[in-house]
Design a binder for this molecule. Sequence first.
Ligand SMILES: [Fe+2]
Length: 297
Amino acid sequence: MTSIDPITRDLWQVIAATDELPVGIVETTLLLDQPIAMTRDRNGEPVVWRRSDEQPGDEIDPETILDRLPVTTGYGFTWTSLGSPPAQLFPVPEYAESDRVNMSCGSIGIHVSAPRAVENFLDMGHFPYVHTDILGAEPHTEVKEYDVEVSQERDEVLATKCKFFQPRAALSATDGMEVEYVYRVPHPFCSVLYKSSPEAPERRDVIAIFLQPMTEERCRAHLLQSMIDSTSTITELRRFQQTIFGQDKPILENQYPKRLPLDPRAETPIRADKSAIAYRRWLSQKGITYGVIPVAG
Ligand SMILES: [Fe+2]
């Protein structure tokens, strides 16, 4: 059994879209190599525990579960922890804005480590090649200079002023546009992206990826969209995001090694660009060893 570093153990970890958890029926998953069982009680509150012999689909009275793992809900998802989690999840204040359309866009298993999936989410260089004619297109392949910092106060990686030409930046886009991106990495296995909203250019659509580390080389991606879009249906918005993520999945699963090397020299500087380097360094400084290959020595 792999050992879990104490930082990872004490984090909140996403495990499910809360709406999708059945009431009084067992669902199972894997978190940090630990088999987990979960359900919702009559009030709709998630209940999570270390799985013993429960099978998915079993009926269960949640009142009988006494030995529970910590639970919180946020951004439409259920989060638990194998250790002592902080009082609060990282903030995504936009989620509470009343005119946004918030939705989960599915929970997708990927045969790669959670940090690899975060790094891919931060990488704009793949847009024209992987998301051709949607998030990028030739000849607009250049990743222009942008700013990266690690906010000490908020303990997160922040990349700003990222600009990229996109043929179809969002479902609500009618034309190609130069889109401005801001990326936050407020949690070792989660990233939140803000991009210019075609419908309200002064505001930003929010797309977040919350990775559930199942093992060191496998994760589940839980996707959140918090959009400014007064015309599309939720089904259409979901499908748009799922199409994009469907393009990322095979690319991610071809990455080798599946754990993320934290040594910035381990891979070519083209792949490991500025935000990736900042992310790797931040994980190193935190002492994260789960799902990564730590810097030797
Ligand atoms: Fe992608």
